[in-house]
Design a binder for this molecule. Sequence first.
Ligand code: FAD
Length: 478
Amino acid sequence: MSAQILTLDGERQTLSDETVEEIRAIFRGQVLTSDDLGYDDIRVVQNAMLDRRPGLIIRCTGTADVVDAVSLAYKRDLLVAVRGGGHSIAGTCTADDSLMIDLSMMRGVWVDPDQRRVRVAGGATWGDVDRETQLYGLAVPGGVVSTTGVAGLTLGGGIGWLHRKYGLACDALRAAEVVTASGKIIRCDGTEHEDLFWALRGGSGNFGVVVSFEFEAYPLGPMVWNSMIVHPVDAVTEVLSRWQDWTSTVPDEVTSRALLWSLPDAPTLPPAVHNRDVLITAALYAGTPDEGQRACRALSGFGAPLADMSQARSYRTAQSSLDPFFPKGGLQSYWKSVYLDRLDEDATTFVARISHDRPHPTTMVHLPLLGGAMSRVGTTETAFGDRSARYLLSIDGNWLDPAEDDANIRWVRNAYGEAVRLRAASGTYLNFGGDADLDDADRARAWGRNVERLRRVKRTYDPENRFRLNPNIPPAES
Ligand SMILES: Cc1cc2nc3c(=O)[nH]c(=O)nc-3n(C[C@H](O)[C@H](O)[C@H](O)COP(=O)(O)OP(=O)(O)OC[C@H]3O[C@@H](n4cnc5c(N)ncnc54)[C@H](O)[C@@H]3O)c2cc1C
């Protein structure tokens, strides 16, 4: 029942049986060592490649547990991993022999429908938020898979189905409560600890453990128009070119994406698309289903689709329709992404080629349309950085067999290496990034000229870089 945990210096510290018992007595939530029942289930994260064994897992049930967990790490100089929804592709929420501060028991969501404000606990998922907000016909812009954590997605930006109408998830953030490296609780918003509030909107988990987020919510649903058209992959050049033209005409209410992928033989899918390489063009309209159907009608007219599954759906159904394809711990994953200023011939040819070359059917080439409300927020207004790109190109390597890790990672890296050299390529979106260790060039690609300010904020709130398992920003030197 003893535990071995790494210190920040890389030394191994042993917590004796007695010490672990003393620690247990402090917490309301469970404290698990590798000897405890349930440890092997609880340590599982989304990406199956990250089969890691934290030295101690503290399953926090509230702010007091988080403060005590952070304080324990501070006093003993322990390496900390913070887990929200556990969806990090790079695996920054878990590490061998770390102290894992697990927030997955903290999933409360409180809606104030009159003020259109939503308070969300630090371990909630987007499914939790959608369930509570839709009760009042409200939504917070989040992601496209309901099991993704609010915390990591928001702290890294947050692209989904509403970013063109209402901005990124981080743009809807109005305040946050943070436990800093020394165990202090700080509330930040547009006037209090403004620098911290700025940094949380895109600067990832560098500045402390966010125990609660306060978002603005917007009227939406319960029914929305959701286009979903499946084309044969051979039509990619023609359909992408028409999609590109169409996306330059659509209003902000339309958020659209193209997905190059293979669909399984799921009973919910028409047989015509089973086990085929396909191009899916999809859209969600942030307004009434009738308006949406009109605004998205042209999308159904490109090429000769294999299936058109466009229909009015409940917003919650649309938000969870991709969930079955991403089971927890079910896929090995390594993703990389670049922004594209335009989808020119060069980029379309590249996308068509890598879509044909995908090493595994579950690997996806994902092209969300950006712009709209998210692009009207200035580069330095939030830590997120430049928002001028028109598209994101995310090369989402997914596969099943751990023996194929090296080959799949190599394929994604090669494709990414080519993508950054495209004429239209600009920076990178780290939420769709597979590497935990960033260098200065990676940081510059992600945050641009915001890096220096981020480093100064890091120095203020975490000068010793205790929160280092994240897309890390080293503190500025004083
Ligand atoms: C299947 C899938 C679908 C996705 N879809 C989208 C999408 O539609 N849009 C999009 O933008 N991104 C998407 N992502 C990427 C996603 O935004 C990132 O992986 C994000 O980091 C996940 O957040 P999380 O809380 O689930 O992850 P975690 O792995 O728990 O955390 C990610 C990072 O945030 C830190 N962190 C977590 N909780 C806290 C907290 N409370 N306080 C401080 N730091 C914290 C962690 O330490 C870690 O560094 C998707 C990822 C997957 C695997």
